[in-house]
Design a binder for this molecule. Structure first.
Ligand code: 9D3
Length: 264
């Protein structure tokens, strides 16, 4: 998979090549990242890429011409009809379904905006899709592009190590994660749930599945209604909620669930 990114801050986007999963995906050629700076496609002495908005108001707008010359160069080395995605607060909200669709293809182009955004005529002429990463205000599209690239890199076959990929398409799919613990087995009176020390992997899997269901039901009921539940999961969740009720508080972190509360 290749990703071309049009940005005024190429080094910011390229920094992901130095770290973790994204770094290894690029090293292994599972992902090819290339940045293009509209400033390199200016013709005036000041290398200007922005101008004042028609109609007045605060801030600046990215001009069409540098962007157009830049995307022309991108298209010359890309496949015909490559999809060009503009990262903007007005876009469709990014989710894992949208990312999975895009991760299946050969590659795509991301356009990161700065200032108040880009001239709408560039959007009309060159942009196929507009994506937002969520309802909060960023200072530009670069961090959004980095979010997209990180999530896409993880979806490339071979990008994750054995340990990392284990969870990928398990029964937990579409649920929030269960709580995790490591040594030591007690900190400030907080014990690791007994079941995790039992060595009984059937019981451990059941407990984790139940925790994932319970946390999702409480924290993100929207995810659970969209996903649905099997009959087995309904029973697990019902038991989780019973334990909850008995404790008389929203205690979903396993550390206060005692062995007898957590009967099977
Ligand atoms: C505060 C300025 N705004 C109102 C006048 C509009 C505005 C312009 C440009 C708000 C943010 C930005 C820069 N944001 C992005 O380029 C961006 C973004 C975001 O801010 N939130 C979520 N997803 C994205 S994707 C690109």
């Amino acid at each position: 998979m290749w990703v071309d990114v049009i940005t005024l801050f190429p080094q910011m986007v390229e920094s992901i090549a130095a770290y973790g999963v994204t770094g290894r995906a690029i090293e292994k050629d599972l992902l090819t990242l290339k940045t293009w700076n509209p400033r390199d496609f200016t013709t005036d002495n000041y290398q200007s890429v922005d101008d004042r908005p028609y109609g007045g108001g605060p801030g600046m707008v990215m001009q069409v011409e540098p962007l157009r010359r830049c995307i022309r160069a991108v298209r010359e080395q890309a496949v015909p009809h490559v999809k060009v995605i503009y990262l903007s607060p007005q876009g469709k909200r990014l989710d894992q379904t949208l990312l999975r669709q895009r991760a299946g293809g050969e590659g795509f182009v991301l356009v990161a905006g700065r200032y108040e955004g880009i001239d709408e005529r560039f959007v009309e002429l060159e942009i196929d899709e507009e994506w937002s990463i969520g309802d909060y205000v960023l200072s530009g599209g670069e961090l959004a592009a980095m979010v997209v690239i990180d999530a896409i890199a993880r979806l490339q076959p071979g990008a994750l190590g054995h340990g990392e990929s284990a969870q990928q398409d398990s029964f937990m799919d579409g649920l929030l994660d269960y709580p995790h613990y490591t040594r030591p087995d007690e900190i400030d009176g907080l014990a690791v749930p007994q079941v995790l020390l039992s060595g009984d992997h059937a019981r451990i899997n059941r407990w984790r599945h139940q925790q994932a269901l319970g946390r999702t039901a409480i924290r993100r009921p929207d995810l659970l209604s969209n996903r649905g539940m099997t009959e087995h999961e309904r029973a697990l969740l019902e038991e989780f909620m019973r334990v909850h009720d008995k404790q008389g508080r929203f205690q979903i972190c396993g550390h206060l669930m005692t062995e007898e509360d957590n009967h099977e």
